[in-house]
Design a protein around this ligand. Structure first.
Ligand code: VGL
Ligand code: ZN
Length: 209
């Protein structure tokens, strides 16, 4: 293999860089837009790129608006465990669900949509929040011969962390590019997510530029 060619067994997984998670969006991640130029520069260095797209139907059960008397960021019991309630975001077909215009989705060989089942949220790119309904990404990556998943995007402490930990659970090497991620950070969730990722064997580093 040419040492200058990006490895064939590595894939950059760009998590949820959608308008609703960026400035002015319905669930804007603090400083979320800052990931866009870093990811754009990083994408060029990978042979394989996939995007995830949070993709909720209107009235999704993870929306606080679907629970009268509840507010965003409260936690409520769901059949599969505790679920944080969110402002309405990434509704299928809306501008908020589109990718940030600074990222070119042409390079994505796969766009994996998640969170489309009305009653189950999905932070991870691999499994929905019941931790058992697969998205199909694990099988896709295995069939493609991908062994290492490099993750970036939004948000560090939810979709990026869940995806990276599930990548490890599925037997992939997982690397998170911290300077290409930003966190929501609810009650220390960023620090907890970093610790959980380290514990799961996820490599945490910055994007080399
Ligand atoms: C996300 C909360 C709700 C994320 C998605 O992309 O991290 N967080 N839906
Ligand atoms: Zn969501």
């Amino acid at each position: 293999m040419d040492p200058l060619e990006p490895p064939e067994h590595e894939l950059l997984l760009v998590i949820d860089v959608q308008n609703d998670f960026c400035s002015g969006g319905a669930l804007a991640v603090p400083d979320g837009d800052a990931v866009v130029p870093v990811i754009a520069a990083t994408m060029i260095r990978f042979a394989h790129v996939a995007f995830t797209q949070d993709w909720h139907p209107p009235g999704h059960r993870s929306f606080a608006s679907a629970h009268p008397g509840r507010s965003p960021y409260e936690t409520v019991p769901f059949p599969y465990g505790e679920q944080t309630l969110w402002p309405d975001h990434c509704v299928q077909g809306t501008d908020g669900a589109d990718f940030h215009p600074g990222l070119d989705p042409t390079r994505a060989e796969l766009v994996i949509r998640k969170g489309f089942r009305p009653a189950i949220d999905s932070y991870s790119a691999f499994f929905e929040n019941d931790r058992s309904t697969p998205t199909g990404l694990g099988g896709y990556l295995r069939e493609r011969g991908i062994r290492r998943v490099v993750l970036c995007g939004l948000a560090t402490d939810f979709c990026v962390a869940y995806s990276a930990i599930d990548a490890r659970r599925q037997g992939f090497e997982a690397v998170v590019l911290l300077d290409a991620c930003r966190a929501i950070d609810l009650g220390g969730s960023r620090a907890a997510a970093l610790a959980a990722m380290r514990e799961a064997g996820v490599v945490l580093r910055d994007a080399a530029r």
